[in-house]
Design a binder for this molecule. Structure first.
Ligand SMILES: [Fe+2]
Ligand SMILES: [Fe+2]
Length: 220
């Protein structure tokens, strides 16, 4: 039986971001008690998931011969996640979350910049033909890391939102993309470190975009 390796551990991502877990959880604990800001946060996640799906769709334009069933399934998963996050504020508090605007999307511009820089930076390192696999892998690392903390925080609160099914899909994506990228551990560590720097900048913008009683993000 093949024992699956955990990309979160192998990449060094878990250990490098360990110090960041507590402040992120602390922020999320405060956030979910504020339905307006929580809705804006969910809409930001919807936007990022949507951007992930667009990145996948872009392959069709550049390399249509690579559009496999696996990639289409991945695309469908990310579209579902965007829709899932869009739906939650409406379901929980009746908020209309139409579109992505500064008023209804937390740190909208920094989130766009995070994704754009990540995509460009990784593509520069690995080249256009491997960009989809590597960008996806690094994004899945962060998604699994953040959604685990988020799910844990939600489970300990009165909020009924559950990310468990979504998290299972992201874990599956992560494993798939890890396999697709081969076993270039040095590159994985390098790109994960690059992403951690970008994520820290985004998170700083997120926490300074609202007034909640928590500490600023710690350095990693
Ligand atoms: Fe996703
Ligand atoms: Fe995913």
């Amino acid at each position: 039986m093949t024992v699956l390796q955990d990309p979160l551990t192998i990449s060094g991502m878990m250990s490098a971001n360990k110090i960041f877990e507590f402040p992120v959880k602390q922020f999320l604990q405060q956030l979910i008690m504020d339905s307006t800001q929580h809705a804006r946060f969910l809409n930001m996640l919807a936007m990022l998931e949507h951007m992930g799906s667009r990145k996948t769709t872009a392959i069709q334009a550049v390399k249509p011969q690579r559009m496999s069933e696996d990639i289409l399934k991945h695309l469908a998963g990310e579209v579902q996640h965007a829709s899932f996050f869009k739906r939650q504020p409406q379901r929980a508090a009746g908020y209309d979350m139409e579109g992505w605007r500064d008023d209804n999307t937390m740190a909208r511009v920094p989130a766009l910049m995070y994704f754009g820089r990540l995509d460009a930076g990784i593509s520069n390192v690995v080249g256009p033909s491997s960009a989809y696999n590597w960008v996806s892998l690094i994004i899945e690392l962060r998604a699994c890391w953040l959604y685990r903390i988020y799910q844990q925080t939600l489970a300990e609160s009165d909020d009924h939102l559950s990310l468990k099914p979504l998290l299972a899909v992201e874990n599956h994506h992560l494993q798939k993309m890890y396999t697709a990228c081969g076993e270039n551990i040095d590159q994985l560590k390098h790109l994960s470190t690059y992403e951690s720097g970008l994520f820290r900048k985004l998170w700083d913008k997120i926490i300074t975009s609202i007034e909640l009683p928590y500490e600023p993000a710690m350095q990693i």
